[in-house]
Write a protein that binds this ligand. Structure first.
Ligand code: IMP
Length: 438
């Protein structure tokens, strides 16, 4: 039995929520290890839709443990609202089943204000952030001035850190960003209330995970965003501020790499992106509109309409390599029904050269032209298909060709948002660990 990481292989929104929910059945503990409430994981269970932003997707299963790891940045007000909303719907009744790392950093009001003000000032060059304060919270973490849950819990430490930060941030807000300043007392008071509400959930989760893994419990690491938004390996600077790849699962949960045996990437059968930044296979005409409409491509967090384009194997190959993917789940194949031809981007062209590997240069990425292989489409709807062999022949060929060009096995094909609308080819929890001799 293996522990499994689920990682976005594109620019986020690949349908991780559904896949995590599906594999949660085989796990005991589900861990979020990076990002914050910039994520939006949509789950449809018995026709009921739930969008989770911070709480791990395991929350819909009563018998699972959910961990918010040290790598996550947590907006406490938002988390309380999410917990309350889940409780109202009958979930998370047992508080001991949700744990927050004492080392997770707390998003403060100045993080949100700075994030939004900077985006306004960037104008044309905006990143298109979610405005949730994610980047500024990670900046403070790396600058060693962040406030962690363990600091929030100590009344005197919290006061001291907040006083120092407010003085600095107010100067920055006023002098540089031309924004209103923030009031220490109001923040101190409201965060005091958040402390009281959340303190029962706070724990040394690294220790907890180590203990449980040694006791044979199975862990599912739930990635947020995607590889191409990774702060090191994505389309920098149009990225998020965390380590979205498998390596982030170790640093963001406090567990060694030997405890992650299977890494499943999630990719749509086409590509989408929200926010700014290069996107070589983006479609600006009617085909892009069709993908947006048929795939309901509107952001789960901000409601923004997503940019849509064909499958980009250069990007997904990059994800296979940087994450060490042991398999890929291909989602939303049903959305491609009706297209006569479906191109797969196998490489880029730039200034007369062919590029097979994902470039680091923004200039090259912005100007790269996709090299397409045309695949024949199919007409029949896929939403009721449950067996790979029941897929139309051209849909099977499309999946198999993707497998070839990205160089990893497709272990699951999703043909609709429901749990049951899934063709499972291999269960990663039942796989032997990579490198295992048994
Ligand atoms: P931030 O994470 O809010 O700083 O936003 C940085 C970039 O990542 C922007 O382009 C966002 O649209 C994008 N982004 C952040 N979270 C997600 C996500 O969960 N899905 C897709 N894009 C995201």
């Amino acid at each position: 039995m293996a522990n499994v990481a689920i990682i976005g292989a594109q620019w986020g929104d690949e349908g991780k929520g559904k896949i995590v929910d599906l594999f949660t059945q085989d796990a005991d503990i589900i861990v979020r290890f990076q990002g914050g409430n910039n994520a939006g994981h949509t789950l449809v269970v018995d026709g009921q839709k739930t969008v989770l932003h911070l709480v791990p997707s395991g929350a819909l299963h009563a018998d699972k443990f959910c961990v918010i790891g040290n790598g996550v940045v947590v907006d406490p007000e938002f988390l309380i609202e999410e917990i309350d909303a889940l409780k109202r719907r009958g979930h998370l009744q047992d508080d001991s089943r949700l744990r927050i790392s004492e080392q997770a950093h707390v998003i403060m009001p100045y993080h949100k204000l700075i994030d939004q003000a900077r985006e306004r000032l960037r104008g044309e060059g905006m990143i298109g952030t979610t405005g949730r304060g994610i980047g500024p919270a990670y900046e403070d973490k790396v600058a060693r001035v962040g406030i962690r849950f363990v600091d929030l819990l100590e009344e005197d430490t919290f006061r001291e850190k907040l006083e120092r930060n407010i003085a600095e941030k107010n100067f920055y807000l006023k002098a540089i960003l031309k924004e209103n300043t923030l009031d220490f007392d109001a923040i101190h008071r409201s965060y005091g209330l958040f402390r009281e509400r959340l303190k029962g959930y706070v724990e040394n989760t690294g220790l907890l995970l180590d203990r449980e893994v040694r006791a044979g419990k199975r862990v599912l690491f739930e990635g947020a965003q995607g590889t191409l938004l990774d702060v090191d390996h994505g389309t920098y600077p149009f990225v998020t501020s965390s380590s979205t790849i498998t390596g982030g699962a170790c640093s963001g949960s406090g567990i060694g790499p030997q405890h992650i045996q299977q890494v499943i990437g999630i990719s749509k059968a086409y590509t989408t992106r929200v926010g700014s930044g290069p996107f070589p296979t983006e479609l600006h005409g009617p085909d892009g509109e069709t993908l947006r409409r048929e795939g309901a491509e509107f952001g789960a967090t901000t409601g923004r309409s997503r940019r849509c384009g064909w499958f980009d194997a250069v990007g997904v190959r990059h994800a296979v390599r940087t994450n060490g993917l042991t398999g890929l789940a291909l989602t939303k194949l049903d959305v491609l029904t009706g297209f006569k031809q479906i191109p797969i981007c196998t490489a880029y062209r730039y200034e007369g050269s062919t590029i097979n590997e994902f470039p680091a240069s923004s200039k090259i990425m912005q100007n790269a032209k996709p090299v397409y292989q045309e695949m024949n489409g199919w007409d029949s709807p896929l939403d009721a298909v449950r067996k790979f062999s029941d897929l139309p022949a051209n849909a099977q060929k499309y999946v198999r060709r993707i497998e070839e060009v990205i160089g990893t096995e497709i272990i699951l094909v999703s043909v609709g948002p429901g749990r049951e609308q899934t063709i499972l080819l291999k269960n990663p929890f039942e796989e032997k660990p990579v490198g295992s001799r048994q």
